[in-house]
Design a protein around this ligand. Structure first.
Ligand code: SAH
Length: 281
């Protein structure tokens, strides 16, 4: 934990209403980082973001007949891809109604409404019965949530025994100080992130919600190019963006991202966990 700044649910909803047009203009409709294998990897942002989705989907180990919760579904790209590649049924949730509407339109456009559905719901209070999912996918969404013990508790409740939970999250490599602290705090305020954890925080947090951590990957190095790509996209599109967002906002955006790349924080993690057997079942 690096400071007490925590965005409210309403602020996060408003953030996405405003930020989605800019994000999609800069990097497309996957609202998460891309994964590049190495400096020589020539993948586009679209390919790299789909690759991260695929890496996570693979770890869910689901197929036709499985029911997956996509927690924080964004514009529905990962859910649609998951359903198409595995045949699983997917229920996506998000707190922003406009994102849910766009995700629904995407599933309809892809002819996947039999497998994929979306609803407005809050991770802190999921409107689903106990043991109603075989797996949970959370791509870059828990970072906005104020109370992770409660969120993980909700996921432990709706997930059946043995079900898998795969997530990505921003984290801090060590409790930051000085210049690193300033960079992380500026990033959190720009991207409406809650408190960031250190790696050691995850196993006990997961365990107390009934999960056993099975895999931990620090993918900071493979994903930080995404921030560089965003800066380049702002620079390329500056003439069209400036009348809409103003020069000050674009400069602030670039300087926060460049400073984070410089100090190497925040990091980015891919975690997999498994629901342990519930007592008394
Ligand atoms: N997983 C998507 C979107 C990531 S953006 C993708 O990879 O493309 C973060 C998402 O988390 C948004 O859809 C936002 O609406 C959602 N979110 C933020 N706080 C939430 C909460 N408390 N409960 C449910 N979803 C939330």
């Amino acid at each position: 934990m690096v400071s007490s700044y925590t965005p409210t649910k309403e602020e996060v909803v408003e953030f996405y209403e405003n930020a989605i047009p800019l994000i999609t203009r800069l990097v497309g409709v996957n609202v998460h980082l891309g994964y590049w294998d190495s400096a020589d990897d020539t993948s586009t942002v679209q390919e790299a973001t789909d690759r991260l989705t695929d890496m996570m989907v693979e770890r869910l180990r689901v197929g036709p007949g499985s029911r997956v919760l996509d927690l924080g579904c964004g514009l529905g790209m990962p859910a649609v891809r998951l359903a198409r590649t595995t045949g699983a049924t997917v229920v996506g949730v998000a707190t922003s109604p406009s994102l849910v509407a766009e995700a629904r339109a995407r599933a309809a456009g892809e002819g996947l409404t039999d497998l994929v559905s979306f609803e407005v719901a809050d991770a802190l209070d999921l409107p689903f019965p106990d043991d109603s999912f075989d797996a949970v996918l959370a791509i870059e969404s828990i970072v906005h949530m104020p109370d992770l013990p409660r969120v993980f508790g909700q996921l432990g409740r709706v997930l059946r025994d043995g079900g898998r939970f795969v997530l990505t999250d921003f984290f801090v490599k060590e409790p930051p100080e000085g210049r690193r602290l300033a960079a992380v705090e500026a990033y959190r305020r720009l991207a409406l992130n809650s408190e960031l954890l250190v790696v050691e925080d995850y196993p006990p947090l997961l365990r107390s919600a009934g999960f056993h951590l099975t895999e931990y990957l620090d993918i900071t190095r493979q994903t930080d190019r995404h921030h560089r790509e965003m800066v380049l996209a702002v620079q390329r599109q500056r003439a069209e963006l400036e009348p809409v967002y103003g020069p000050g906002m674009l400069d602030a955006f670039i300087s926060v991202f460049e400073e984070c790349l410089e100090v190497g924080e925040p990091g980015y993690l891919l975690l997999s966990a498994e629901r342990m057997a519930k007592a008394g079942g």
